[in-house]
Design a protein around this ligand. Structure first.
Ligand SMILES: C[S@@+](CC[C@H](N)C(=O)[O-])C[C@H]1O[C@@H](n2cnc3c(N)ncnc32)[C@H](O)[C@@H]1O
Length: 192
């Protein structure tokens, strides 16, 4: 999935890329492997520590730092966010601030989970999300993260609304599409 996003970002050789909500750095690592100079940011020091370990093992030169994904600082050729936007309350404002932190012609890429536009698929996803915490309980696992997942997807804008938010933020929408797994979406925009 991350590789699909990477393949839609254009040439990454020598570009300055910021991966926000980087988690353990998997998307940042793929960007660096394509030749980008990468900074990865996250709110969690624990995640960043794991990301730095992966960076060392991969012999890459990614810089991982604390940073708030809703307010990126600097000027970038590429900004990416994988499964992070849904966790930020002000989605439209965040996309706008990401756009403002891009150089003209810079590219913004996002992977996340959203409710499908199709009513039948939306219904099926809703059932699956309702089942997940039940299955977790049956397996003795805490259901909380699955409950959060369901709630966060329900309150996250759908693809069409995200696409409009990108336009309002000054991004030309290059891709706004569902991917193969239910609910998984890909967004790519170019700063006008
Ligand atoms: C699902 S993980 C990220 C996955 C990662 N991008 C990847 O491709 O594997 C979500 C991450 O977002 C981080 N996060 C949540 N809210 C954030 C915020 N406002 N600023 C920065 N990081 C945030 C969490 O700490 C967590 O590491």
């Amino acid at each position: 999935m991350r590789q699909v996003l990477i393949s839609k970002l254009g040439s990454l050789e020598g570009v300055d890329a910021l991966d926000v909500a980087t988690g353990t750095g998997d998307l940042a690592i793929l960007l660096a492997k394509e030749g980008a100079r990468v900074r990865g940011e996250d709110l969690s020091e624990q995640m960043l520590a794991l990301a730095r370990e992966k960076n060392d093992l991969s012999h890459l030169d990614i810089h991982f730092h604390l940073g708030d994904a809703s307010r990126p600082i600097g000027e970038w050729d590429v900004i990416t966010i994988g499964w992070g936007l849904r966790n930020i309350p002000d989605v439209g404002g965040t996309i706008k601030r990401h756009s403002e932190a891009l150089k003209q012609g810079g590219v913004w890429g996002c992977l996340d989970l959203a409710q499908p536009e199709n009513i039948v698929l939306r219904f099926l996803l809703r059932i699956w999300l309702a089942l997940l915490p039940v299955l977790a309980r049956l397996k003795g696992a805490p259901p909380d993260s699955y409950l959060y997942l369901g709630k966060s997807i329900q309150s996250f804008p759908r693809l069409s609304a995200l696409s409009s938010a990108m336009e309002r933020a000054g991004l030309e929408v290059l891709h706004a599409q569902p991917l193969f797994l239910p609910g998984l979406i890909l967004l790519v925009g170019k700063k006008r």
